[in-house]
Design a protein around this ligand. Structure first.
Ligand code: TRP
Length: 347
C-alpha cells in the first residue's frame, strides 16, 4: 500500500512556534525522508470559515501567509502538494455523504469541538458547519487515501472520527476508504506548546503567541516577559520547572549542542535545570539563552520567508497548481465512493 500524508492548518493567522514544533517541523522531516509516496498539505480555508463566516477577508489574507510559513519552513512544492481546501469541491460532496454515517450525539462527544465551542462562546448558537467540521476533516483525509496524518494532540479526536467513518463506509458499502493513522510529536513539550503567558493554548486572541515571522526584537520582548515560576523571586531562590514556560520551550527547542555556543558554562539542559532547581540561576539568564536557541532555529526560516515574500504571485501560483492536482486526486476517490454507494447512474 502507498504511504500517503495529508495534513493542514486553518488560515486564521500566521503560523506560530506551537504549529512549528507540533507539526510543521515533523512534516518537513517526513517530506525529506523520502519514505512517503505522496504528501498533501492543505490550507483549510473552508474549515476556517466554519467559525469565521462573517470575516472572509481574514481567511483570504492568510492564505498566502500560511503558504509563506510552509515554504519558509522547508515544505517544498516539488515534493509536497500544497493546496487550498475550498478549490477542491469534491471534499464538500464527500462530507455530505459521510454525514449520513455520523450521529449528532457522536459529534457532541468530540472533546476538541466541545472546548472550541466554549472558547468561542457559541453556547447554544453553534453554527452547524462548525459543529460538523470533524466530518469535513474526515473527507479531507480520506479523499487522498491518507495513511498518515501528522498533527498535534488536539487533533486526535478528529482522526478517531475519520477512522470511524472509514470503517462505517467500508462495511456499509465497499472497501474504498483507507483508515488513517495519526502521527503525534514524540517530544512531550512539542505536543502542546503553551502560550508565553503559561496558558495551555497559544491563541491569537490571548496575544500569547510567538509567530514564526515575528521580528527578532518582538521575539526578544515576548521571551523576556514570559511566564516562569512566580515564587522564584531572588536569584538564590530555588526555582520550579513544573509549569515554567521558559523551560517548556527549552524542552521543545534546545539541543545539547547549542550550549557550547550560547551558554558554555553548562553542557546540557539537565545541568541548567538542576542549577535552576537548586537556586542561584536567574530567569533573565535562562531567557537570554532561550532567545539564542529560538533564533538559531528561526533565523534561516525568516531569511527564506523574506525571499519568498518578494514574489507573492509565484506563491499563489504554486497553490493554484497544487490545488488542481489535489482536485484530480479527490475526484478519483469521489467517483469510487459514488460507485460504492450505487449513485453512479451515468457512468
Ligand atoms: N483542524 C486542523 C487545524 O485546526 C486543520 C485541518 C483541516 C486538518 N483538515 C485537516 C488537519 C485534515 C489534518 C487533517 O489546524
Amino acid at each position: 500500500m502507498k504511504k500517503i500524508i495529508l495534513t493542514g492548518d486553518r488560515p486564521t493567522g500566521r503560523l506560530h512556534v506551537g504549529h512549528y514544533v507540533g507539526s510543521l517541523k515533523r512534516r518537513v522531516e517526513l517530506q525529506n525522508s523520502g519514505e512517503y509516496d505522496e504528501i498533501y498539505i492543505m490550507i483549510a480555508d473552508a474549515q476556517a470559515l466554519t467559525d469565521n463566516a462573517d470575516n472572509p477577508e481574514k481567511v483570504r489574507s492568510n492564505i498566502s501567509e500560511v503558504a509563506l510559513d510552509y515554504m519558509s519552513c522547508g515544505l517544498d512544492p516539488e515534493k509536497s502538494t500544497l493546496f487550498v481546501q475550498s478549490y477542491v469541491a469534491e471534499l464538500t460532496e464527500l462530507t455530505f455523504y459521510y454525514s449520513n454515517l455520523v450521529t449528532v450525539s457522536r459529534l457532541k462527544r468530540n472533546p476538541t469541538v466541545k472546548s472550541e465551542i466554549q472558547l468561542r462562546g457559541f453556547n447554544s448558537s453553534i453554527p452547524v458547519g462548525f459543529f460538523t467540521y470533524p466530518i469535513s476533516q474526515a473527507a479531507d483525509i480520506t479523499a487522498f487515501k491518507a495513511t498518515t496524518v501528522p498533527v498535534g494532540d488536539d487533533q486526535l479526536p478528529m482522526i478517531e472520527q475519520a477512522r470511524e467513518i472509514v470503517r462505517s463506509f467500508n462495511s456499509t458499502y465497499e472497501e474504498v476508504l483507507v483508515e488513517p493513522n495519526v502521527l503525534l510529536p514524540d517530544n512531550k513539550a512539542c505536543m502542546r506548546l503553551p502560550g508565553t503567558d503559561g496558558k495551555a493554548k497559544m491563541s491569537k486572541s490571548l496575544g500569547n503567541c510567538i509567530y514564526l515571522s515575528d521580528t527578532p526584537e518582538d521575539i526578544r520582548k515576548k521571551i523576556m516577559s514570559m511566564y516562569t515560576d512566580p515564587d522564584h523571586i531572588r536569584i538564590e531562590d530555588p526555582g520550579k520547572l513544573e509549569g515554567n514556560t521558559v523551560f517548556t520551550y527549552l524542552d521543545a527547542f534546545c539541543r545539547d549542542e547549542m550550549f557550547a555556543e550560547h551558554l558554555p558554562e553548562y553542557s546540557c539542559l539537565q545541568e541548567l535545570k538542576d542549577h535552576y532547581q537548586r537556586g542561584g540561576l536567574g530567569d533573565v539568564k535562562v531567557k537570554k539563552f532561550l532567545y539564542a536557541v529560538l533564533m538559531e532555529e528561526l533565523s534561516p526560516i525568516q531569511a527564506r520567508r523574506k525571499e519568498l515574500e518578494k514574489d507573492i504571485p509565484a506563491v499563489m501560483e504554486i497553490l493554484h497548481k497544487g490545488s488542481i492536482k489535489a482536485k484530480e486526486v479527490a475526484a478519483q476517490t469521489l467517483s469510487e465512493v459514488k460507485h460504492a454507494m450505487r449513485i453512479d447512474y451515468f457512468e
